[in-house]
Design a protein around this ligand. Structure first.
Ligand code: FES
Length: 100
């Protein structure tokens, strides 16, 4: 199965090396191009943990340039919580409830 990788190219992730992450992912997957699709996308709404990369619909937060293979390609990066995993204080802190 082809892994779908989206690198956030929104303004905050962009200031935190999104373009370098794309280049490194392209380089790391160049010999396995049939196994990965790498695309950019707009803001994922997780700017507080930029730079973010989504792999098969799971957001990997705070991706480090020196550990991209481990965190993104091997899936060992810090995964964002789903909305169901947040408690009320975290929802307020992360501004999920601002519009309610
Ligand atoms: S700019 Fe990347 S999550 Fe917002």
């Amino acid at each position: 199965m082809v892994k779908q990788i989206f690198v956030c190219n929104g303004p905050t992730c962009n200031t935190k090396n999104a373009k370098t992450i794309i280049s490194k992912l392209d380089e790391l997957t160049s010999k396995k191009a049939e196994e990965y699709t790498i695309k950019t996308c707009g803001c994922m709404g997780h700017c507080h943990s930029a730079p973010n990369v989504m792999v098969d619909e799971i957001i990997i937060e705070s991706v480090r340039l020196d550990d991209i293979e481990n965190e993104v390609l091997l899936g060992n990066g810090k995964k964002a919580k789903t909305l169901n995993e947040y408690n009320a204080d975290e929802l307020i802190k992360d501004n999920f409830l601002n519009d309610i």
